[in-house]
Every structure is written in structure tokens, then in C-alpha cells.
Design a protein around this ligand. Sequence first.
Ligand code: ME8
Length: 645
Amino acid sequence: MNRFYVTTPIYYVNAAPHIGHAYTTIVADVVNRFYKLIGHETFFLTGTDEHGDKIAQAAREAGLDPKDYVDRNSQLFKDLWPRLNISNDYFIRTTDESHKKVVQYILQKVYDSGDIYFGSYRGLYCIGCERFFMERELVDGKCPDHDREPIVREEENYFFKMSKYQDWLVKYIEDNPDFIQPERYRNEVLSFLKEPLEDLCISRPRERLSWGIPIPFDDRYVTYVWFDALINYVSALGYPSGELFKRFWPVANHIIAKDILKPHGIYWPTMLKAAGIEPYRSLHVHGYWKIEEAKMSKSKGTVVRPLDLVEIYGLDAFRYFLLRDMVFGLDANFSEEALIQRLNSDLANDLGNLFSRTLAMVKKFCNSLVPPLNEAETEKEKELISQVDLTKEEYEKSMKEFAFHKALMSVWELINRANKYVDETSPWELAKDETQKGYLNKVLRLLLEVNRIVAVLVAPFMPDTSEKMLTRLGIKKKALELRWNDDLKLLGLKEGSKVEKGKALFPRIDIDAWKEKQKEESKEPGNGEDKIDEAKKMENVISIDEFSKIKLVVGIVLEAESIPKSKKLLKLVVDIGEKRQVVAGIAKDYKPEELIGKRVVIVANLKPAKLMGIESQGMILAAQSPDGLALLTCDRDVPPGSPVS
Ligand code: ME8
């Protein structure tokens, strides 16, 4: 049997869960549900990371014993997940006795094999990250994640010989293109590995930090939090001898955000190698949810709490929005307004409308009974059926690539095709003509079946909605019991069985009223600074008039050359009816010689600017993807200077 093992990071318990934690965990849940749907045996792990400086300090600040503190806060995560419909099989805590034993077992094993040694280290240490930094990793002398200067720290400690495995790791990543995905993060790890790797300090003296797992061969020390935390992925499976470990470790898929790429892409594989454990199968790295293009911040009041949104908009709208609006791998900007727009247009309008109008017609014209399907097919039916096949194919491919937004887009293509089919066949007209009864039945039956197929395809994303739809179609199955081969056949309903119309799946939100309310609230004293400033957000929306001020034209690249000392920039000469010199930040993705003769799209009326001392008289448009840039071009040869509108 095919198997799949999916993990989230184990979250630090010094902060309450926010939308970022919810995103990763919902992604893992969607993936878990998808692999079950296609018939895999799966195991889904999440949990909490509870040791280390940061936690001990937070407990002190809260006036609590560390154990009481972590018990309380771990529970926040444990309680949240069922409310977000998270289908995890196990919840691990690093303070679990069984986990501690495995950490000590691995430490001893690696020590015995000679890959852990005792030494002294002096370096720059960031308390926030709980690790030493190299100078070149700092930005303006500060930790880029915590925006503060690291402290100088010197200590005798235990070190893991990570450097010994550098060449092995480089080769492993090169030989296994799927090991770290998307490609940009694989490249990031490889480029980091171009410099010599240092050994990893893996202990902390107990006199400074007692909140950790004792080093088995020296009780003056506890383990460094990352050495402890990463091991959760195998301890949860009962490593070394557990049955789950044997079954699921070979298919381990870790999901993380880019903040913890280095521990997962470098420390963890080398630790596994040293411990004699096979590397994990794949690491899947996503970007950040940002608020107003910035990091979420407690002090600015921009930390988004999942349950606040779920309460207002419903769980499935929230899950759908997160998976639809972020391209896995890239950063995304969170806004409540975007969520409302998705809810209104994709869920209430497209999906909700298709479902309710189909059932309303079956009620009216077929007495709520599933009609037979026995008329010959016309072109319209063939088109709809071929869209079903296409959607299934694209959906499966995209899900396996973690391109969730694409998978959903392909489902929405089917929904839109089906809505169009209703308009084209006009069942209400067919109903007026007795001789069309057979064809009317066929149209409605096909629509019912498409609704059923849509319900199955959205099940990983919106399990409640899926079950609600299936129940009304007369199918009593839990979302997790659905299976690709049985439940995605074109015909799955029983002729003559009863369907039920029910209420709208997704009530619309009145966006104007919502905006009004936001404005009112931001005027209330005390609210001004904490709330996201709606008016400012609206500045991003432009009118057609404003857009028409931007002059876009087609240009042909005549010359292209690199700019000395710049890794990013190329100097181009482009024919747009006249010659223009343009400096473009595309050198990482395009070689100069590839560009000659290419048709590109240029912003022609941009104020000239100097980049690295070279004048740029325009800007080239390119799409950004997790795998790099892609230039916009024309799919037909048009003369240089042709306007783009
Ligand atoms: O790093 N956008 O825990 P952590 C998207 N304990 N995802 C986000 C996010 C955002 N703005 N903010 C956080 C740790 N995340 C360690 C992990 S694993 C062996 C140990 C998510 O609580 C994302 O998954 O800081 C990120 O990698 C994780 O939370 C970091 O969680």
C-alpha cells in the first residue's frame, strides 16, 4: 500500500497560535486529506516545541514554573486544531518522556560514533533564535529575524561534526531534485553550502539553562533546542524500533516556512546521516503571511488570530482563502477584505450558486428525485464531461506539486463550466416542452453529478462543506472516507434517490457595510493605531483612469549585457519604435544571449532612474514564481511599439 507521512513544525509555546501557524497546519491537513483521498495510508503529525532559553524566559516573565507554563500554552494549540478541522494522528510535545528518551538515544549514538566532541566556542549569539550567528548572516550587525544585535558568548560545549557531512549533503541535494522544494529554497540551501559549514554547538551548560533535555554522557549540560526539536519527527513514530517508524519514515514530508529552512535543510539531514537514519523524503517550504506587506507584529496589533476570522466568516471560507490566496513558496499579504471578496465571489457566487440552482431545479422539475440519464449526448454535455476529466487531471497534478491555488483554480473551472452549461441549456425552457423531458432529465442529472464531483474535490480543503453537499445529494459519507476511484466516477448517484435543497452554502457578506463599519471603528478613540488602516489599504485599489496612465508597449530586445559587480542586473537596449536603454533585475533568471530578439512588455512612461549608475528608461514586466522570474511576452509577433492594454 502507498503511504504518506506529513509533518508541521512543532510550534514554540511562547506565543499564541496565529494565522501563520494555522496556515502551515491547514496545508498539512489538506495534503493529508488529499493523500487519503487517493488511497494512501497516511500519518499526520503536529505538536509543540517546549524547551530552550526562549521558553524558560517567557515562563519567568509569566511568573510560572516552566512546566506549568508549557502545559498551559501547549493546550492552546491542542485546543485550536480540532476547531480548524485538523486531522492529525498525533500531537507531540518535546516534554513527553518518550520523546526525551529518543533524543538521548540519538545523542548517545552519535557521540559513540565519534561525531560529537567537546570544545570551546566564542561567537555572536541571538537569544531570539537560540543560535550562534556568523557575521555574514547579520544585517547591519543585527539578527534579521529579531532586528537586534546578538550578544558575544563564550562557552565550553559539545559540538556536532556537521562539517563532516557537507559534501555528502551537497551531493544528496543535487542528486535528489525533490528533496527541497520549491526550487528557490533548494537553491538557497545549495548556495549556503558553497561556504564551509561550521560544526554545530549542540549543548547548553545547565547552570545557565536547566530547561532542556540532559545530555546523557554529561549531566552538566542540556541539549540545544534544535537538536531536541528536530528529532520529534522520528520520536513521534517510535524510533528506533516502532512499527510506525518503519512504515512511515521512508515517506516523510516536512512542511515549514522559510524562517526555519536552515535547521531543516542542513542540520536535520546531517543529524540523520550521523545517526544512521535515511534522509526524509521531501521538505516543502512556504513563504510568509504578511500584514500590510510587513511582518505580523504584536506591538502594531497586526497579529491575526485564526478563531476571530473563523467566527465571523466560517471555517471553510477561512481554509479556502488561505489555500487559494497564497502561492505555496511565495509570501502573501493578508487582508480581511480579500477574504470577503473570495467568500462572496468564489464561494457564494460560483460554488454556492451552482449548488443551490441545481437543487432548486431538481426540486421543481423532478420532485427532488435523481433523474435518469438516458438521452444521447450533445456537444454541450461532451464539453462539460471533458472539463470533468481535465479538472481531475490538473487537480491531482497540482496537489502533488503543492500548487494548491492551481488545484482550486481547476475545480473552479469546472464550476464555471457547469454554471455556463445551466445558462446554455436553460432547463426552465426545456421544462415547458414535454418532448424535451428526456433531455431535461439528462441535463439535471449531469449537473447533480458534477456537483457531487466538486464536493469530493473540495473535500481536502473544505471538509464540512463537502459533507454538507454530499448529504443533500443523498450520500452519507464522511469527508475522510471519500476515495478517488470510487467517488470521482462520472456516475455516482442513484436514480430515484432523494435530494434536498437546504439553505445557501455560503451567505454573502455585505462588503460596503463592512467597509463602513471599519471606517467607523477606526474613528473610535484608541482604535486608530491598533487596527489595520482601511483607508490606507484602499490606496492600493486604482481606477481604470489611473491604470490607463501607465503606458505599456511591446519591445524587442536588441542588445543585452551583464553589469559588472551586479549579480541581479542586466543592461538591455530595447526597440519600442525608438531605442530605449533599460536596466532589469533579471540576471539570475536569464542569460544576456537568451534575450536577444525576445518580445517583452515595457512600462514606457516611467520616469528614468539610475541603477548602479546606469540610466534605465523603462521597466520590463515579469511574473514572479517560486522558481524565479518569467518575462511577459506576446504569443504572436507584433511590431515593436505596439501598445498593451
Ligand atoms: O520555529 N506566515 O516554531 P515557531 C506563514 N519551534 N507561516 C508562519 C508565519 C507567517 N507569518 N509565522 C509562523 C519554530 N509561521 C520551531 C520549529 S520544528 C522541528 C521547530 C509558521 O512557533 C511556519 O510554519 O516559530 C513557520 O515555519 C513556523 O510557524 C514557525 O513556528
